[in-house]
Design a protein around this ligand. Structure first.
Ligand code: GLC
Length: 458
């Protein structure tokens, strides 16, 4: 079969299409949840938790020197050394040397002690390599999960996301877990001064290049955003002056029913098979942890309707997780002869015609476009809220962005930007991609926190 039944394929994929009104509905619901998350009396029941980060506007200077930064939150754990300093213009200069460690599945899903012992082991290895074991460095920890902070260096993990499940961590102070593991090893010392979410680290690292950067966004394994909110609206923290960065944890949008009229059969299957069913429903429609699996389920549906691969699937294609999210990017980037697509499909054990390749690409495009558009509605919700609460005719704002889906997918970015612009009149938006944001941001905020601790004599 060299052609494919475009009509029937389109019919199946049409479910992924969102109308302009849908976007307004999504944006308004997101804003309503954000509002509920900010209020003391509704925070508990809100799906979008709006977690205060204790990262405030107007930092008054910081230390210079070496900082160690840790980054935990995706499939890898990274340790890096960051030099924070000043140049002639008083700007920040940062250099990084990093090392990546993959996290064994049993550390992700065993006990918290196992996970944090593994982290401490990696730090020890890194310090050996850098010949720095004798130094007690200040440490910044990028920990990319929902944390209810009590201060910048103290906060409890609310719940794991993105396939992590280590028992005995939820409900506990994450910095405490790290300090205990370092103590258990006893072969080096660290001064843990700050813990931040990856969205926050990204925003901070971009802020030093562009002082309009007051939003941080991650579209990678997971999906989340933070932004600078007026202190007077952050009811969970005392004080009215200035602004505080709020980690929205918008990945959980939908967990109290706000997405029910948008979720498809495929979304339900992905959710039910996950380690956290019923949770992170918005994230599961966007994040890289789930995108490939969504496509796989669509392909299976098309095979079952006899629209693909001559109605024959393969054992591999029937296996959960077999269709990797990077395949989505690779297939969509393969616009000429389908060489790459045919290769990928061959590794999945299916015999594909050119017609099949067209259909597979359409499936990938449908899933990734919906992700980009859903994500735009969320960001537009934040930006319009910021413009309103600041009572600005024109909001000039920069959004710092990181994450594999945003950076590596061939068209996610463009569709995402275009849709955000459509939904945000009165905003002049610049997007900047952060490089090494998770590490640099953690180190930069640690430098600020460290200076403050030194000033108040801790
Ligand atoms: C998940 C986490 C969140 C993180 C995001 C991106 O949504 O809960 O804390 O920012 O993934 O890594």
């Amino acid at each position: 079969m060299e052609t494919f039944d475009q009509n029937e394929v389109d019919q199946i994929l049409s479910e992924f299409h969102l109308q302009e009104e849908d976007l307004h509905v999504l944006m308004c619901r997101m804003q309503a949840e954000m509002e509920r998350g900010l209020h003391l009396e509704t925070n508990e029941e809100a799906s979008v938790k709006m977690l205060p980060t204790y990262v405030r506007s107007t930092p008054d200077g910081s230390e210079v020197g070496d900082f160690l930064a840790l980054d935990l939150g995706g499939t890898n754990f990274r340790v890096m050394l960051v030099k924070v300093g000043e140049d002639l213009e008083g700007q920040w200069k940062v250099e990084t040397k990093h090392k990546m460690y993959s996290i064994p599945v049993d550390a992700m899903t065993g006990t918290a002690e196992m996970l944090f012992d593994y982290i401490a082991e990696c730090i020890s290895d890194y310090l050996d390599q850098q010949n720095m074991k004798h130094k007690k460095l200040p440490l910044g920890f990028t920990f990319s999960f929902p944390v209810r902070h009590e201060d910048i260096d103290k906060g409890i993990l609310l719940n794991w996301t993105k396939g992590f499940k280590a028992s005995g961590a939820e409900g506990n102070n994450v910095v405490g877990l790290l300090r205990d593991a370092i103590k258990r090893r006893g072969d080096f010392e660290m001064d843990v001064v700050a813990m931040v979410n990856d969205t926050v680290a990204t925003m901070i690292s971009c802020y030093y290049e562009d002082h309009h950067c007051e939003v941080g966004l991650i579209v990678g394994t997971g999906c989340n955003a933070c932004y600078m909110e007026e202190m007077s609206n952050v009811e969970l923290v005392e004080g009215e002056e200035g602004r505080m960065c709020v980690n929205t944890e918008w990945g959980a949008f939908g967990d109290t029913g706000e997405l029910e009229d948008f979720r498809l059969e495929y979304d339900r299957v992905v959710d039910e098979a996950s380690l956290n069913p019923g949770q992170q429903l918005y994230e599961k429609m966007i994040g890289g942890k789930y995108m490939g699996e969504l496509v796989r389920l669509v392909l299976i549906k098309m095979v079952n309707e006899n629209l693909l691969f001559g109605g024959e699937s393969s054992e591999k294609l029937k296996t959960r997780g077999a269709f990797e999210t990077q395949f989505v990017s690779q297939i969509e980037a393969d616009t000429s002869d389908f060489k790459q697509t045919l290769n990928i499909l061959r590794t999945l054990g299916v015999q594909a015609t050119i017609g099949d390749c067209h259909a597979v690409r359409l499936a990938c495009e449908s899933v990734s476009t919906r992700a980009a558009i859903m994500c735009s509605a969320g960001l537009a919700g934040i930006l319009n809220r910021m413009r309103q609460s600041r009572r600005e005719e024109l909001l000039r704002i920069t959004v710092g962005v990181d994450g594999s889906v945003y950076k590596l997918h061939p068209s996610f970015k463009d569709k995402f930007h275009a849709t955000v612009l459509k939904l945000t009149s009165g905003c002049e938006i610049t997007f900047i991609q952060s490089e090494e944001g998770s590490g640099r941001g953690a180190a930069l905020i640690s430098a600020v926190a460290y200076k403050m601790a030194v000033m108040i004599g801790h």
